[in-house]
Design a protein around this ligand. Sequence first.
Ligand SMILES: [Zn+2]
Length: 460
Amino acid sequence: MVYRTARVALRVTPGQRRRCFGLLRSAGDVWACVLEINAWRRRRHDAPLVGYQALCRELSGSGPGTFGELDSTGARSVLRRFSDAWFAAAKARRDGDLSVRFPRRRRALMPVRWYHGTFTLDGLRVRIPTAQGASPLWVRLAREVPYPVEQVRSVTLLCEGGRLFLDITAEVPVAVYPPGVGPDPGRVAGVDLGIIHPYAVASRDGEGLLVSGRAIRAEHRMHLADTKTRRRAVAHRAPKPGQKGSRRWRKHRRRTRLVEGRHKRRVRQAQHEAARTVVSWAVEQRNGVLRVGNPRGVLDIDAGRRHNLRLRQWQIGRLLQILEDKATLAGITVDPVNERGTSSTCPTCLRRVPKPRGRTLSCPHCQFSGHRDLIAAAIIATRTPGGGPTPAAVVLPKVVTHRRAGRHLPGAGQSRRDPRRPHRVSRGSVGPRRPAPPPGGESLALTARIHNAHRKPGER
Ligand SMILES: [Zn+2]
């Protein structure tokens, strides 16, 4: 069994919205109180009050009604969050990482979690627990919960970008397969994480998968261009420090939050699709182990303004995490290995080659050339902790499947703008824009399975 969480938007009336925000604000008050108690104790040189039980005793001492409509289970979830964060920071600091800090920032809104048995899930309707005496709070979900009701373990109310969401956590069983059909632990594939191709996969028996992330990159770029234009257009209206913003400015801020939230959701959706593709492919190929090149090292090096932005947008940690989650659920093991040098090594003579500028790696020593990301994946597939590859062990993909991540993204075919919300800030040209694809081309691109066995091994 593994835990999985789905974020579902809420459809609320203005009254329900007010009450939900009331709960989040009360949770923020609980958080602020805990911070304050500990600030006092620190000043008195007392031991901090951080244990969950001790905090709960303090909470029950505060009496009913202190935190508005927030019930005690909801309030306790905030205490749990504080306690966990405090002990995690304490442990990290004990282990020598002094950059980790204890929780100390107040937050206006704090997510609230309720455990199984305290809330009611009835199709699209959810009853959120409230304090005794308050009228029941029922809200509507914007879509079906993707898990059977009996698997749901907790719900978390939160606000992101000005919108209310419910994170629904369920305990999901790991997939089981009939004998001889499921992933085989003896069949290993290598995965190379990249920017242009979020995932390039090569199995040890000559199959390859390339997931293109160009649509994700386009979404990032267009979002950045839009944000810049919008900011420039309204900069002269910004309130001075200490000055109260106008109503128009508040509206602008609200709009910015919504656009930001939509951008984040779009990218996340595309990343999930990309990982889904890899896992389905691996199940189809019966690969029981995915060896993933772990490029964490490259993130610590300062690479300049432009490249740093690129690395941040890449969100490597999340790509890894999403892949690992989906693979675990499908019964596939994810095995991180060192990827040093995999993108600058020739697979046939194993000598270092100059870093290729484009997607094609060509070796000056033995005239080999092939797709850089797939080669890296093939070399990663041979890596074990502590062992290097031998030329005979590197199997280059001969059959390569191409997939695109982010079909829903505007850069991937449909018009850039959400038709329901025409926005007028960006008149004229705003940065790079993809040319419109020919009509009907989209479905072809999605399902194209290119068998290029007649080409040279590894060539794209
Ligand atoms: Zn070579």
